[in-house]
Design a binder for this molecule. Structure first.
Ligand code: HEC
Length: 225
């Protein structure tokens, strides 16, 4: 009998001790980090399962369900409204084909040339230089500075100019993400003006001056002289 009693006492004691140590263990969780919530019994009650808007979709690219709806890939072939994909690939063949076939859809007007000069002064002038001579301040730091538009690039067709602005060429990066297709065509008109800026007795000869004006006004913005 007394043996049974001892066993019972021992069982109760073990139970109490186990419970006590469990309480101590659990209550001590997360003490190290003041911001830690400790053990979470039902995390969904604290943490909403909703995903951030541009979360990666971790199951498959087209699965449905609250856990998986994050960012999804557009259906193949989807294009944004008002956008025409550029059909020429970034290859030598694409470059040549663009040079042969592409024509500038933007009509040439004095306003367009002015817009071209403005874009040029923001995106191109630091490498290509005010007059298009390839002598911008950044060009000097490149292993191979850009050739002059009125020199080696004088006969570069408009399609190739557009293609190279779109994809970039060697040391020149692509400008497709900074400039819309319309802006790139506007720039093509201005580059063509620079191509002929050294032609004697041509109206284009004033191009260097007008670019200088742009440079001067750009410098004025920076408060330089
Ligand atoms: C980081 C300097 C840099 C910037 C910025 C830059 N270019 Fe260039 N560009 C170059 C270099 C270098 C080349 C020569 C590439 C080659 O043929 O190796 C070049 C070449 C070109 C060519 C000739 C491409 C061909 O097919 O031979 C055109 C046209 C051109 N750039 C236009 C532009 C226009 C327009 C802008 C502004 C939107 C611009 N570039 C911005 C460095 C630059």
């Amino acid at each position: 009998m007394s043996g049974n009693y001892t066993t019972m006492i021992r069982k109760v004691l073990t139970g109490v001790l186990t419970l006590a140590s469990a309480v101590v263990l659990i209550s001590s969780c997360g003490k190290k980090d003041a911001n830690s919530p400790g053990i979470e019994y039902m995390p969904d009650m604290y943490r909403s399962p909703s995903l951030e808007v541009y979360n990666q979709n971790w199951l498959s690219s087209d699965s449905v369900g609250i856990q998986t709806v994050g960012m999804r890939l557009p259906v193949p072939g989807t294009i944004p409204r008002g956008f025409m994909p550029y059909p020429y690939p970034n290859t030598t063949e694409g470059y040549e084909a663009a040079g042969r076939e592409l024509k500038n859809p933007v009509p040439l007007t004095p306003e367009i040339l002015e817009q071209g000069a403005d874009l040029y002064s923001k995106f191109c002038i630091h490498c290509h230089g005010g007059g298009g001579g390839g002598d911008g301040p950044v060009a000097a730091k490149l292993p191979g500075p850009p050739p002059a538009y009125y020199g080696a690039l004088k006969n570069l067709p408009e399609g190739k100019i557009f293609h190279s602005i779109t994809y970039g060429k060697n040391m020149m990066g692509s400008h497709a993400s900074q400039l819309s297709q319309h802006e790139r065509w506007v720039l093509v008109h201005y580059i063509q003006k620079l191509q002929h800026s050294k032609d004697a007795q041509e109206p284009g000869a004033s191009a260097v001056d007008s670019t200088k004006k742009v440079v001067a006004s750009a410098a004025g913005v920076k408060g330089k002289k």
